[in-house]
Write a protein that binds this ligand. Structure first.
Ligand code: ZN
Length: 246
């Protein structure tokens, strides 16, 4: 199947776009020449939204996933939808409110990984609640102290930007990779770094997700819980809103 141009990679604020249908896969998934729909990857859920056919019929997109490779983006229609034909021009619109919450949460996860510089063993971004698991046997961290550190970074309104580096650059700087289990994609020749702060002073790490442009856009967040997950793991949960009193 042909490769889909991932418009969200350089333009995470793009809410809609026109595209052409390349084909329908054997499971009824829609493949397009370009898309604004982010496909589930790296702990960030894929987008939902609407695809409007040439005749005006709306097809609900219930999920977006990757195919055999990460370059294959598959738009999963809601059950019973009348599928578009290959070659058809369609209009794409993502559920922007949901995506923007995910972008805010995802960026907050980067801030947490900068505050807690320990190897990450798992992460999941959600609309209301996100979690990061750290390889961290003992912690002096409290919900209150980490929330305070997070909000300092949010309130400082640091810029968030991407930069491409070569695989050789990444190999020379292994400290950039914070995940123990997920290796950045290799073989493509270049790696996308997500940087926070002037000159990436706060953080930089390989990531293919969508992020807000400035940390201030994240708004109020707090650590809801720090849970013990086995002898060497701590799970931090990030939630929207200020830390509840008491
Ligand atoms: Zn990211």
């Amino acid at each position: 199947m042909s490769r889909t141009e991932a418009l969200f990679r350089d333009e995470p604020y793009l809410k809609s776009a026109e595209a052409a249908v390349l084909g329908i896969n054997d499971r009824g998934g829609i493949i397009l020449d370009r898309t604004v729909f982010y496909a589930t990857s790296g702990g960030q859920p894929g987008d939902t939204g609407v695809l409007t056919r040439a005749d005006g019929t709306a097809v609900t997109i219930a999920a977006t996933v990757t195919g055999h490779t990460k370059d294959e983006i598959i738009h999963v229609p809601a059950a019973g939808a009348a599928l578009p034909e290959p070659g058809e021009r369609v209009l794409l619109e993502i559920d922007w409110e949901r995506r923007h919450r995910l972008m805010r949460m995802h960026t907050a996860c980067h801030l947490l990984s900068a505050i807690c510089p320990f190897p990450i063993t798992g992460a999941s971004v959600g609309e209301d609640d996100s979690r990061i698991d750290f390889d961290l046997p003992e912690t002096g961290f409290t919900k209150e102290s980490v929330t305070e550190n997070l909000m300092e970074l949010v309130d400082a309104d640091h810029p968030v930007f991407t930069r491409w580096i070569s695989e050789a650059d990444l190999a020379a700087n292994p400290g950039l990779v914070k995940s123990k289990n997920v290796r950045p994609p290799s073989g493509a020749g270049r790696i996308r770094l997500v940087c926070i702060g002037e000159d990436a002073s706060i953080d930089s790490q390989p990531c293919g997700g969508t992020h807000v442009a400035r940390t201030g856009e994240i708004g109020a967040i707090h650590i809801g819980k720090i849970e013990k997950k086995g002898r060497e793991n701590r799970r931090f949960r990030i939630r929207f809103g200020p830390l509840p009193a008491g």
